[in-house]
Design a protein around this ligand. Structure first.
Ligand code: COA
Ligand code: ZN
Length: 458
C-alpha cells in the first residue's frame, strides 16, 4: 500500500457534531471544547457555522464562540458558511479560513440551504468575493459527493460540474463529503481517479461519515490516491440535520491512532513550506560560508532551529538582524503554511540582498524585510508574535525582547543566537529570561558558541 508520509486532520466536531446535538450546548462549553482541541495541537479546527440561526439554532452563538476561544499559534480556525451573509459574519469574527457548503444533489441542496445548486453557486461566488477581500482562503465542501439520502446515486458528471464551478470561483481546496456515509473504497478510488487529474491544482479533502463503518477504509482508499486532508470529529460526533439516516463522522481519536499505527504522521499537521530552491540556496550558502567565513546560523544551529520550529509551529515571526537571509529562508521554510516572517536589517544594502534571496527561494509575501534599527522598528510592528530570532547587536537583546514582550503569544519561542561568544554582552538578557520573568529557558551549547532558547509562558 502506498501511503503519504503525513496527513492533515481537520477537527469538525464543534461544527458538524454540535450542529446536530438535540440540546443547545452552552457557549462556554463550546469554547472550552475548542480550547481543549487546540491544546492537543490539532492543526485545523472547524469551530462553528455562520448559517441562519433558524436553520441551525444549535450554532446561533458562532460570533461569541469565535470571540471566546484562545488561539494556538499553528492552528487554523475555520467556520462553515453557506452564503455571503455568512462570509461577512465569519470574516468579522476573525476566522482564518472559510469553508463553504453546497451539495452535489439538487434535493439535498434544497433541503440543506433552501436553494438550487445554481443559486448556491451564485451565493458562493459572492462568498468568495467577501473572503477574498478579507484575505481568507476558501475551501469548498460538496455534500453528497458519493450519494444522496433522497436521490440515491449522484452521477459523476454532476459532481464534476459542481467541482469545476467551485474551482472556477477560486476555491483553494475542495472537500468531498460522504454525507450519507454510504460510500465504499472502490467508489472513492473511482471518483478520485476521475477528478484528481482533471483539477490538478485543487487541494482535496475527504469528509467521511461512518454509517456503515466504512469511514476509515474510505480514508485509506483516498490516501492511496494521494489525498492528505481529512475531516474527523472528536468522539465521532456529527451529521447533517438535513440528511436523514446518516450517522457521525469518523472519530478523530480512531483515525489518528490508525494513522500512527501505519506510520503516517499527523503532527504538526500543516505541511511545511520549504521549497526546493530554498533548500538548494541553504546548501550553497553552507558551502560558501565555510570557505569565506561569513557569519550565518549554519548547519548545526539550523538543525536545532528546525526541530524547534516543527515543535512550536509558529506563524508570526520576527527576526532581528538578517544579513543575507540564510536564517530567514531556513525559518520561513519551516514555518507552517500561512506563516509570516518579518526581518529587520539595519544595513539597507544587505536588507535588499536578504529580500531578494528570500524572494528567489519562493518566499515572496511570506518574508518581509524592513530596513532600520530594530529598536526603532520593533515598536511599529503590529499584531501578535509567536517567534523571535535575536541576532543583531548583542548588548541590545534585552531591549529587543522588551519591545515586543507585550505582544508575545503564550508559547512564543524566542531564540537568541551567539550567547556563547558574546557572553558578557548578553548577560542582562540571560538574567531576564532565566530568572523570574515569565519564560522557561535553556541553553544549547555547540562548543564553538551557544544559543539561548526561551518559551514565553504568558
Ligand atoms: N447567517 C445568519 N442569518 C442568515 C444567513 C446567515 N449566513 N443567511 C441568511 N440569513 C437570514 C436572513 O437575513 C433572513 O433573516 P430574516 O428572516 O430575519 O430576514 C433569513 O435568514 C432568511 O434568509 P434567506 O436568504 O431567505 O435564507 P433561507 O431561509 O432560504 O435559508 C440559508 C438559507 C442558507 C441561510 C439556510 O438554509 C442555512 O443557513 N442553512 C444552513 C444549513 C446547515 O448549516 N446545514 C448543515 C451543514 S451541512
Ligand atoms: Zn459532515
Amino acid at each position: 500500500m502506498k501511503l503519504p508520509k503525513r496527513v492533515t486532520v481537520c477537527e469538525v466536531g464543534t461544527r458538524d457534531g454540535f450542529q446536530i446535538e438535540p440540546d443547545f450546548i452552552p457557549t462556554e462549553r463550546k469554547i472550552e471544547a475548542v480550547n481543549l482541541l487546540s491544546a492537543t495541537g490539532m492543526p485545523r479546527i472547524e469551530v462553528t457555522s455562520f448559517v441562519s440561526p433558524k436553520a441551525v439554532p444549535q450554532l446561533k452563538d458562532a460570533e461569541a464562540v469565535m470571540a471566546g476561544i484562545r488561539r494556538r499559534p499553528g492552528t487554523t480556525y475555520s467556520a462553515l458558511v453557506p452564503n455571503d451573509k455568512g462570509a461577512v459574519r465569519a470574516v468579522d469574527a476573525g476566522v482564518d479560513d472559510i469553508h463553504t457548503v453546497v451539495s452535489a444533489s439538487e434535493s439535498h441542496n434544497r433541503a440543506n440551504v433552501n436553494m438550487s445548486i445554481a443559486e448556491s453557486i451564485v451565493k458562493l461566488k459572492a462568498t468568495a468575493a467577501v473572503a477574498h477581500r478579507g484575505g481568507k482562503p476558501v475551501y469548498a465542501g460538496i455534500s453528497c459527493s458519493f450519494g444522496c439520502p433522497f436521490e440515491g446515486e449522484v452521477p459523476l458528471a454532476q459532481l464534476e460540474s459542481v467541482v469545476s464551478r467551485l474551482a472556477d470561483l477560486g476555491a483553494r481546496g475542495i472537500g468531498l463529503a460522504d454525507t450519507t456515509g454510504m460510500a465504499n473504497p472502490a467508489q472513492v478510488t473511482r471518483i478520485l481517479e476521475h477528478l484528481m487529474p482533471r483539477f490538478p491544482k485543487v487541494e482535496w479533502t475527504l469528509h467521511t461519515h461512518d454509517t456503515r463503518a466504512m469511514a476509515i477504509p474510505n480514508i485509506l482508499a483516498a490516501m492511496e490516491m494521494g489525498v492528505t486532508n481529512f475531516d474527523a470529529s472528536i468522539g465521532g460526533l456529527g451529521g447533517c440535520p438535513f440528511a436523514p439516516g446518516a450517522s457521525g463522522n469518523v472519530c478523530t481519536e480512531d483515525l489518528v491512532h490508525c494513522l500512527w499505527a501505519m506510520g503516517v504522521e499527523t503532527a504538526p499537521g500543516r505541511p511545511l513550506s520549504m521549497t526546493k530552491r530554498g533548500e538548494k540556496m541553504l546548501r550553497l550558502m553552507d558551502r560558501a560560508v565555510t570557505e569565506w567565513h561569513i557569519p550565518v546560523i549554519g548547519k548545526e544551529k539550523g538543525r536545532v532551529i528546525k526541530r524547534l520550529l516543527a515543535k512550536h509551529a509558529p506563524s508570526r515571526g520576527i527576526e532581528v538582524g538578517s544579513l543575507v537571509g540564510y536564517s530567514a529562508i531556513l525559518i520561513a521554510g519551516h514555518m507552517p503554511r500561512g506563516g509570516r516572517l518579518t526581518c529587520i536589517e539595519n544595513n539597507p544594502y544587505i536588507a535588499k540582498f536578504c529580500q531578494s534571496n528570500a524572494n528567489h527561494a519562493g518566499f515572496e509575501g511570506r518574508v518581509k524585510v524592513v530596513v532600520g534599527d530594530a529598536l526603532r522598528v520593533l515598536p511599529f510592528l503590529r499584531g501578535p508574535v509567536d517567534f523571535m530570532l535575536l541576532d543583531a547587536r548583542k548588548e541590545d537583546y534585552l531591549d529587543y525582547l522588551k519591545a515586543v514582550e507585550a505582544r508575545l503569544l503564550k508559547g512564543a519561542l524566542i531564540i537568541a543566537d551567539n550567547t556563547g561568544i558574546y557572553r558578557r554582552d548578553v548577560k542582562p538578557y540571560l538574567s531576564h529570561v532565566r530568572g523570574g520573568a515569565p519564560y522557561t529557558s535553556r541553553e544549547y551549547d555547540f562548543g564553538f558558541d551557544c544559543m539561548e532558547v526561551s518559551v514565553f509562558k504568558g
